[in-house]
Design a protein around this ligand. Structure first.
Ligand SMILES: *Cc1c(COP(=O)(O)O)cnc(C)c1O
Length: 412
């Protein structure tokens, strides 16, 4: 397993072909339910005493094929695919939390996650934000009610890079689990479980799917955290499953009952898109670095933020932590909101949309869109300024992108 490179392993290992027909990609099992020969057999499946499919909200061969691929890529012991990245995050957190518990989170989070943490307050779950993305700053927020620590590998849109080994080391010294959102980096850049994170969540709507044709999310458990019933009373009945305790609780409990399952069709689209993840990421990273270097010499008034630029405060960490590149997202500070809008409106190639990780270059003004519902303090902490443009660099021909940005920046 370890001897294969990223792409070979992705294409030839774990959940590739359909075991029942030999189809080279598991087909879309577009079925809500699966029949069995006897009442006893179905009973055994429901009791988890025999393996089998029963109902697509619980499991399905196409969804399982997608889960197996991501489990292999992230180096975990099991995954649960969900209807969206937000559903995967909700499941990942609520599987272990109860009223009175606290989360310690990174300052530069995705806006949707900040909103979600605010929603959790109604259920008695509080989130404390670290004042900066350093292990010491996270540690300051930990108290006896803390039950998990959460960060993004590369913050979206702040583009701060988390030092995963150092953070995991600190978090484990408090006997807590570390949950990472790896959406912007993907397992192509870094296997966060290998660096000490306990659970990893990906919004597979982004790079994993790659073509913006299906919303989905997936969480993967590394099986490394030792759950105790004292700290996590909800897991008491599952501790007997050992390493599988967390996934077993999800599958028999919250995930099944919240019902935010993935559709088989979207699982198939993800399996299809996933095959070229390595190839696309290679190009995204190369184009992003080229474009960042180009943009910073184009206009000194424009501040370019990219972890692959040597002046980035995260450059050395990114260099050490990531293989093959620094990700596909760049942000620009245009000087004013008006200029940011003018540049965006003059661009002809990039598409103005709210997501990241498409084959096409995408741009957005976060302050007026995805971070609209964040408070001014939350915006500041997430690096969302009024003049900020986020660019998710696509796989186009780089010379075309450079020419388009040149005319957009210089056309004042
Ligand atoms: C998009 C995104 C999410 C949410 O995923 P959805 O699939 O849109 O629900 C979570 N985290 C990060 C970092 C994201 O970019």
């Amino acid at each position: 397993m370890e001897s294969f490179g990223f792409n070979t392993a992705l294409l030839h290992e774990a959940g590739g072909k359909d075991p029942s027909t030999g189809a080279t990609l598991v087909p879309i099992y577009q079925s809500s339910a699966f029949s069995h020969d006897s009442a006893e057999e179905l009973e055994r499946i429901f009791e988890n005493k025999a393996f089998g499919y029963s109902y697509t909200r619980i499991n399905n061969p196409t969804i399982e094929a997608f889960e197996k691929k991501v489990t292999m890529l992230e180096g975990g012991i099991g995954s649960v695919a969900c209807a969206s990245g937000m559903a995967a995050l909700s499941n990942a957190f609520l599987n272990i939390l109860q009223a009175g518990d606290e989360i310690v989170a990174a300052p530069g989070l995705y806006g949707g996650t900040i909103d979600l943490f605010r929603d959790f307050e109604a259920f008695g779950i509080k989130t404390r934000y670290a004042r900066e993305n350093s292990p010491e700053a996270f540690e300051e927020q930990i108290n006896e009610r803390t039950r998990l620590v959460f960060a993004e590998t590369i913050g979206n849109p702040k583009l701060d890079v988390t030092d995963i080994s150092a953070l995991a080391h600190m978090v484990h010294s408090h006997n807590l689990p570390l949950i990472m959102d790896n959406t912007t980096a993907t397992p192509y850049l870094v296997k966060v479980l290998g660096l000490g994170a306990d659970i990893v969540v990906n919004s597979s709507s982004k790079y994993i799917n790659g073509n913006s044709d299906a919303i989905s999310g997936i969480l993967t458990d590394g099986g490394t955290y030792q759950w105790t019933k004292e700290m996590y009373p909800g897991l008491a009945d599952y501790i007997k499953f050992g390493k599988m305790a967390y996934i077993a609780k999800l599958r028999k409990g919250l995930f099944r009952n919240m019902g935010a399952c993935l559709s088989p069709q979207n699982a198939f689209l993800n399996c299809l898109g996933l095959e070229t993840l390595g190839l696309r990421m290679e190009r995204h990273c190369k184009n992003a670095l080229d474009l960042a270097l180009y943009l910073q010499q184009l206009d000194p008034e424009i501040e370019v933020n990219y972890p692959g630029l040597p002046q980035s405060p995260y450059y050395h960490l990114a260099e050490k932590q990531f293989s093959h590149g620094y990700g596909g997202i760049i942000t620009l500070r245009a000087g004013s909101r008006e200029r940011a809008f003018r540049i965006m409106n003059r661009l002809t190639i990039p598409v103005l949309v709210s997501n990241v990780g498409d084959t096409k270059t995408l741009v957005i003004h976060p302050a007026s869109t995805i971070s609209l519902f964040c408070t001014p303090q939350e915006k500041a902490a997430s690096g969302v300024f009024d003049d900020l443009i986020r660019i998710s660099v696509g796989i186009e021909d780089i010379e075309d992108l450079k020419a388009d940005f040149k005319q957009a920046v210089e056309g004042e």
